[in-house]
Each structure stands twice: as C-alpha cells, then as structure tokens.
Design a protein. Structure first.
Length: 75
C-alpha cells in the first residue's frame, strides 16, 4: 500500500529501508526519496520506524489519505 503519494513509495519500501538499517524517519527518507514533500506521510513512516504497522498508524492518527487507501484496498 502506498505510504507516500508524493514520492510513490509503499509500506514495503519503508519496511525494506528499516531492514536495511534505517532507524529514524530522516534515515528512511534519505534511503528512499531524499526528503518529504508535503509531510502527510511522516507520521506513518514514524510509526513504522517505531515498530507499529502502517494500518494501525493510519487508524490511530486519523490520517485521511491512509485511511482512504486502506478502505479502498479492503473493498
């Protein structure tokens, strides 16, 4: 599922960056896309770096973009 629409990266890309040794949000962005654009995906990336899945992060934070993507994926 897409985490960042600006750069077009997915939760799988974030998981791979974490598996490759990224331990901070900044490190994940440097690994994948240099830096955030609009910043709406930062809370989701932060949650993944902290060990929480993207689905839980979206529902807890009320992230409208991620919640919409999750809803569409489930349909």
């Amino acid at each position: 599922m897409y985490v960042c629409l600006c750069h077009g990266f997915t939760d799988g890309d974030v998981r791979k960056a974490i598996a490759d040794g990224c331990r901070s949000v900044a490190a994940v962005y440097r690994h994948i896309a240099d830096r955030p654009q609009c910043g709406k995906c930062v809370p989701d990336v932060r949650s993944m770096v902290n060990g929480q899945g993207v689905a839980e992060a979206a529902s807890e934070q009320g992230n409208c973009c991620m919640t919409m993507a999750l809803t569409e994926a489930a349909a």
